[in-house]
Design a protein around this ligand. Structure first.
Ligand code: HEM
Length: 128
């Protein structure tokens, strides 16, 4: 019997928090993303840290404070086009590079984010 591998534990809380901070530094200056994000990202960052912790198998911090994630529904007020999904993922890839997240863990995590990001798309480019 092998000990189950929990991505949250492999990455570590400190590096996960750093990843998310780097990620929003990029979101904040990305021309495709600026228009839909709040100017002050403090609360967004706090919630994303909670969410990614549980997304990666750590404690359910997001749900404890905000209830069921329902991420697609929570994103519906924001026009998320395929271009914005690509931009979001590009910011995440750069942030992963910067915190030195590499190897199978990075690949599994990133591929999962690709699926979730594509699932968030709720507008065509023309509807934006
Ligand atoms: C919130 C955009 C993908 C998780 C938000 C907000 C925007 C946004 C504009 C609101 C920020 C605020 O008002 O504080 C996008 C775009 C995406 C994307 C353009 C591209 C596909 C994702 C993905 C995840 C995610 C893939 C999770 C893996 C969250 C969380 C919140 C959030 C946890 C906070 C929800 C809350 O207010 O409780 N996103 N998002 N997003 N997003 Fe995304």
């Amino acid at each position: 019997t092998r000990k189950p591998v929990i991505p949250f534990e492999e990455i570590g809380e400190k590096r996960l928090h750093e990843l998310i901070e780097r990620f929003y530094d990029k979101v904040a200056v990305h021309p495709d993303l600026i228009p839909i994000f709040p100017e002050d990202l403090t609360e967004t960052i706090r919630k994303q840290k909670q969410f990614q912790t549980q997304y990666l198998g750590g404690p359910n911090l997001y749900t404890e404070e905000h209830g069921h994630p329902m991420m697609k529904a929570r994103h519906m007020p924001f026009p998320i086009t395929p271009t914005r999904a690509k931009a979001w993922l590009a910011c995440m890839e750069e942030a992963m590079d910067e915190v030195g997240l590499e190897g199978p863990l990075r690949n599994v995590y990133y591929q999962r984010l690709v699926l979730t990001a594509n699932h968030m798309v709720n507008r065509n480019e023309e509807e934006d």
